[in-house]
Design a protein around this ligand. Structure first.
Ligand code: NI
Length: 271
């Protein structure tokens, strides 16, 4: 911030002096305050998501008025993230990645690739704890440090949050709301972290997807070979049934959830 103030002062001085000389460009370092200020600025799309988040609920699916679903990938970036990205690119499918802050810090380039490929980013905490077991200050730092790391690494001010294990309570939802994040759960769980076969993952998705579904998968947290192998058949199978794909944000904005599509309950058995 200090550097920015100096740059402004130099520019103002030059103009008031009537000089036509151009001052040397001063590139201010991105400070934490700058990051917070940038994250606080909401565009219209952001505002729609934040408005839903301010109702103190988690989204489990969109409204169901359109035959769209959202594929979501948690716990990355990890070693299998490039393979997931390659399949999504080949299949021309947008997705949403709920990333872990420490993994982003270790591999910011992977996050930038996710963003460059056109996918949406959500906050999945820094260390993947059960937030409901933590005091408020720790909940806040888990969420806000991750949002700051995403912004610093990729320039994206995320508006989506997914609690590890789907474990939410009113305090956790309030922390998300304070960070201007919409809590997103799911209504189709591939259980891919339990290491089913690719065929089982495909079958779970195709037999449970409905219009507006938010589908939970993982690109990090372990070997995701089966998830990668399942993706072509998931996409082909859903398209054969008339479905198209959207990011969670686009899905929710284009097809707003009703009260049946939200949950304030805690889920604790999921990865
Ligand atoms: Ni997770």
């Amino acid at each position: 911030m200090v550097v920015g103030v100096i740059a402004l002062a130099m520019k103002g001085g030059g103009e008031s002096g009537g000089s036509s000389a151009v001052a040397d460009p001063v590139i201010p370092a991105v400070s934490e305050a700058d990051i917070i200020a940038a994250a606080a600025q909401l565009g219209p799309r952001d505002q729609e998501l934040v408005d839903i988040g301010e109702t103190g609920v988690s989204i489990i699916r969109a409204g169901g008025a359109r035959k769209y679903v959202a594929l979501t990938f948690d716990d990355g970036p990890g070693p299998d993230t490039p393979a997931v990205l390659a399949e999504l690119k080949r299949l021309n499918v947008p997705a949403t990645f709920f990333v872990v802050g420490h993994a982003v810090a270790e591999n910011p380039g992977a996050l930038r690739q996710v963003v460059a490929d056109g996918h949406e980013i959500g906050v999945h905490t820094w260390t993947h704890p059960d937030l409901t077991a933590l005091p408020g200050r720790a909940q806040r730092s888990e969420i806000e440090n991750t949002a700051g790391e995403i912004l610093a690494a990729s320039g994206v001010a995320s508006r989506l949050f997914r609690a590890p294990y789907g474990a939410v309570d009113p305090d956790v939802l309030k922390r998300a709301e304070d960070a201007k994040l919409l809590s997103v759960l799911w209504n189709v769980d591939t259980m891919d972290w339990t290491r089913p076969s690719a065929g089982q993952i495909v079958e779970t998705v195709l037999s449970n997807a409905v219009p507006g579904s938010i589908i939970l998968m993982h690109d990090g947290g372990g070997d995701r070979t089966a998830t990668v192998q399942a993706l072509p058949r998931i996409v082909t199978g859903l398209r054969a049934r008339g479905y198209e794909f959207a990011t969670v944000g686009d899905l929710v904005i284009s097809d707003p959830p009703g009260s049946d599509d939200m949950s304030s309950k805690s889920r604790s058995t999921q990865k």
